[in-house]
Design a binder for this molecule. Structure first.
Ligand SMILES: [Fe+2]
Length: 100
């Protein structure tokens, strides 16, 4: 759990840095950038859905408290990753309006 908090803190630091950078500059995407996002979303959407299914199955079979608690955190993260794919797609559509 301590390691999970440390990793989340690192992630939050990077998110805050990305926010700062996005406020300090104009973000533009090329057509190639959009293709990379498309490829990433296509590939990872299925991976994330499979990860959710696997985590749910493992959680259903788990009765020990610590593995169960860790699996619940894993499942939450996989659901977030799945949602990120949708958000990434929205960003792609938004940025496609201004792409070259
Ligand atoms: Fe994931």
């Amino acid at each position: 759990m301590i390691e999970m908090v440390k990793m989340d803190s690192q992630k939050h630091r990077r998110i805050l840095e990305a926010i700062r950078l996005s406020l300090d500059s104009t973000v533009t995407f090329t057509t190639d950038d959009l293709k990379v996002i498309d490829f990433f979303v296509d590939k990872h959407a299925l991976i994330e859905k499979n990860a959710i299914e696997t985590a749910e199955q493992a959680l259903a079979m788990s009765s020990l408290p610590i593995p169960k608690m860790l699996l619940e955190h894993l499942l939450e993260d996989e659901k977030k990753h799945d949602a990120y794919m949708g958000e990434l797609n929205e960003i792609k559509l938004y940025m496609a309006k201004g792409a070259d």
